[in-house]
Design a binder for this molecule. Structure first.
Ligand code: SF4
Ligand code: SF4
Length: 353
């Protein structure tokens, strides 16, 4: 793997050259301290001092709703209009790991063409980050990244160290020859090591994910699930914001005047009541506690048992989004039997409000 250096003042000229070839998406501040990946028309909008975006990058590969095909009397016609050539700049290591998990779901057993085509048409340009009080990626070991990107920019004081992760990434840096420097000095390396050590120390959350599959098993019938279920609003926000949640529903939209139908797809969430409803109105997971348990079984037990790592990449979005503070951090603490009095008292007040 090759590493080159780019002076900070050359970043936007470089991105500008790249954006002539494809749509550039990057983080933009939407409201105070709330960011979103947006299509960039004006480079001054790019804000790299963000921690996490509201929605994860999955929205660029499988949008919240999109049309899959048009069914007519003659057959069906696939619709890939959500796929355009894109450059996703500024994505953090946890979100790149999130995409690697989605690759496993959508490409490794059955190939989902709607995901794969969007993935093949998107360059991934990662960027280093700094943790806040909700970042759990050091515990999931997703705070560093070794694959899954074309270029990765580590920010130093006056320059970036740029990791080249693919032949497409290598082609990118040739678009503007002369601005990337192969001469990385000992001083650059020392600054990078110091930054890395300081960042490691800045993580405030420490969760023992290795213990979670056993704790989930041991506490499967524990009353904590009922308490969490009583407080959960079944809003589905945790699934929408999670970079690894991937459930969807399929929708028929009849076009009566054309004797045709559009077959679309939209995000779904196993925390929603309708998710487990079947014909006849039966519901296999009628209770919110059952649905939460399913969500956390998936994140903290099933995926670890199969792949040796959690289906959580520690992005902290569930922690910064859930209106009643049910998230990986609080559930892990409850499973570990840590002192949660303030949390439970708060939840019971929410329930009785
Ligand atoms: S479970 Fe929470 S912290 Fe983990 S990846 Fe999903 S949203 Fe991020
Ligand atoms: S756990 Fe929180 S975010 Fe998830 S469905 Fe319940 S209330 Fe909504």
């Amino acid at each position: 793997m090759k590493i080159v250096k780019l002076k900070k003042e050359n970043l936007f000229p470089f991105l500008e050259s790249l954006s002539k070839e494809a749509d550039l998406w990057a983080p933009v501040q939407k409201y105070e301290n709330k960011h979103s990946f947006q299509l960039i028309k004006d480079f001054s909008q790019i804000d790299l001092k963000y921690t996490r975006t509201i929605l994860p990058p999955k929205k660029l590969f499988l949008p919240p709703t999109f049309n899959m095909f048009l069914a007519t009397e003659q057959g069906y016609e696939e619709d890939f209009s959500h796929v355009t050539k894109k450059i996703l700049f500024g994505i953090h290591p946890c979100d790149i790991h999130g995409l690697l998990i989605l690759d496993r779901f959508f490409q490794h057993v059955f190939d989902d063409p709607y995901y794969s085509k969007a993935r093949q048409n998107t360059l991934i340009l990662g960027h280093s980050c700094w943790p806040d009080e909700n970042c759990m990626c050091k515990s999931t070991n997703t705070h560093i990244i070794e694959e899954g990107y074309d270029l990765f920019f580590s920010e130093l004081e006056t320059a970036y160290l740029v990791w080249i992760g693919s032949s497409e990434g290598d082609d990118c840096i040739r678009i503007k020859p002369g601005i990337f420097d192969e001469d990385i000095t000992d001083e650059d390396i020392q600054i990078y090591i110091k930054w890395h050590n300081e960042r490691d120390k800045a993580f405030q959350v420490d969760i023992n994910f290795i213990a979670m599959p056993d704790l989930m098993e041991l506490k499967y019938e524990n009353p904590l699930w009922e308490k969490l279920g009583d407080a959960c609003l079944a809003c589905g926000s945790c699934s929408n914001v999670c970079p690894t949640c991937n459930c969807y529903n399929v929708l028929d939209k009849p076009l009566l005047n054309k004797y045709a139908s559009e077959i679309g797809r939209c995000w779904d969430a196993c925390t929603l009541e309708s998710y487990s409803e079947v014909a006849g109105g039966e519901n296999f997971r009628e209770k919110r506690a059952q649905r939460l348990k399913l969500w956390y079984t998936h994140k903290l037990q099933a995926y670890i048992s199969k792949y040796g790592k959690p289906a959580c990449v520690g992005c902290g979005r569930c922690a910064s989004t859930c209106p009643v503070d049910i998230n990986v951090q609080t559930v892990a603490k409850a499973l570990e039997g840590k002192d949660m009095d303030t949390f439970w008292n708060r939840l019971s007040k929410e329930v009785t409000k």
